[in-house]
Design a protein around this ligand. Structure first.
Ligand code: IMO
Ligand code: MG
Length: 422
């Protein structure tokens, strides 16, 4: 069975934990888009791991983890992650395969990300990992791919071309001194030497695995509303975070995908700028942020918090083809007197039950809420659905009714065992 895991909100839904749990049942785990802007947290045997590039499934012995062509790789971050795993005693030998076609994040991408943000009147609040500039170069056909780092002459030509143009822009537009060819050249050839043995034709490997009836888990990063096409543009990331990205980002045909599982937090969070109709007021946001430890795993920034938005998640179900949903951090709602779920938006006297594509409408929209009583019991030790408090069960069934999707997993804590399977 080939399963895609996608975030249904703005990232940080808890994809890392779902991947970690499902990894046990599959043979291959693959990242297909994004880069080190992702931060997937897994708690295994009491220890917390945060993955930015390597699939979270790497913690499971014997599983093969791949980084597909759709990912943008910051080699220094990747090497740091590889070394971190070996010093934690996790043997990854022969288990990490990187597509030679994946694009490389260079120092000028990261600096440009930062400089552009500085100049923008409407900031996006990017992670400053160079994601946007690297994908721009890919589309502009001047990107450098992992395979280029293996060939000094090819790399030299491409880097020279890039610097010729980019150094002019850095100087004239941003007042930045620009970059020295030999510094980047030496540094990145070294990365190439280090990573050479991990490069592999991931597309062939995975297609062969499918022929051999092996199981693959596609690990989505970011979330549906950060998708370059369907997200709250321009407050989005630069890749296809929706399920279609799994095909273009690996070279697996859409007909080979069997199932899409969506991941949603029991409430909503967002890091960075952009519309967020159900956002809490400051005081309640602060309370929930501390309760749910809502700080970015990549940048440490405080996450914005709000109520569950069923209009958005319903849209995510449609866009991705989700047939099962995992609801994460249910326990963070414990002890709240009242809980709200957004079922529509009101804008200039009109009610919207579907996500408006006009960003201005979304920014100015006032949520229409369904109010529900909360529960006082602690759910973090509950392991069976029937043992959940009555009001927690009714919250979940209202979600199912509104979303028209089956909830198959509920998370009530950060470790693997804090999970209810239905
Ligand atoms: P995971 O995989 C949450 C957000 C950034 C910013 C916008 C664009 O952990 O869920 P970028 O650096 O990608 O150009 O920033 O996207 N963002 C994320 N927010 N979780 C993520 O990944 C994110 N990756 C990017 O905060 O608003
Ligand atoms: Mg994250």
């Amino acid at each position: 069975m080939n399963i895609v895991i996608v975030g249904t909100q703005w990232g940080d839904e808890g994809k890392g934990k779902v991947i970690d749990i499902l990894s046990e049942k599959v043979d291959y785990i693959v990242r297909y888009q994004g880069g080190s802007n992702a931060g997937h947290t897994v708690v295994a045997e009491g220890k917390e791991y945060i993955f930015h590039l390597i699939p979270s499934g790497i913690l499971h012995k014997g599983k093969v983890c791949c980084i597909g062509n759709g990912v943008v790789i910051d080699p220094s971050m990747l090497i740091k992650e590889i070394k971190g795993l070996s010093s934690a005693g996790i043997n990854i030998s022969g288990r990490l395969k990187i597509s030679p076609l994946a694009h490389v994040i260079l120092p000028y991408h990261k600096i440009l990300d930062e400089l552009r943000e500085g100049k923008r009147a409407n900031k996006i609040g990017t992670t400053k990992r160079g994601i946007g500039p690297c994908y721009s170069d890919k589309i502009n056909r001047c990107g450098i791919r992992m395979i280029d780092l293996l060939s000094p002459s090819v790399f030299k030509g491409k880097l020279k071309d890039n610097l010729k143009e980019k150094n002019e822009i850095f100087k004239k537009v941003y007042g930045h001194a620009g970059f020295v060819f030999s510094d980047i050249y030496k540094e990145y050839l070294n990365y190439g030497r280090f990573l050479r043995s991990y490069l592999f034709n991931v597309t062939y490997l995975l297609n062969k695995a499918i022929d051999d009836k092996k199981d693959i888990l596609f690990e989505g990063a970011q979330g549906t509303f950060l998708d370059i096409d369907f997200g709250t543009y321009p407050f989005v990331t630069s890749s296809s975070a929706t399920s279609g990205g799994a095909c273009t980002g690996t070279g697996i045909s859409p007909v080979k995908i069997d199932k899409i599982i969506g991941v949603a937090k029991a409430y909503s969070t967002r890091v960075g700028e952009g519309p967020f109709p159900t956002e809490f007021d400051d005081a309640f946001a602060q309370f929930m942020r501390n309760k749910g430890h809502e700080f970015g795993a990549t940048t440490g920034r405080p996450r914005r918090c709000g109520w569950f938005d069923s209009v958005m998640v319903r849209e995510a179900i449609l866009l991705n083809g989700i047939s099962q949903l995992a609801i994460m951090k249910m326990d963070i709602l414990d002890g709240l007197k009242n809980i709200k779920m957004c079922t529509g938006y009101r804008y200039k006297g009109k009610i919207f039950r579907q996500l408006p594509y006009d960003a201005q409408v979304l920014s100015g929209a006032r949520p229409v809420y369904q109010n529900m009583p909360g529960w006082s019991q602690n759910t973090s030790r509950v392991r069976r659905y029937k043992d959940l408090p009555v009001n927690a069960k009714s919250y979940l069934s209202r979600l199912e009714d509104s979303l028209k999707v089956r909830i198959s997993m509920i998370s009530v804590g950060s470790s693997r065992k804090d999970t209810i399977f239905i």
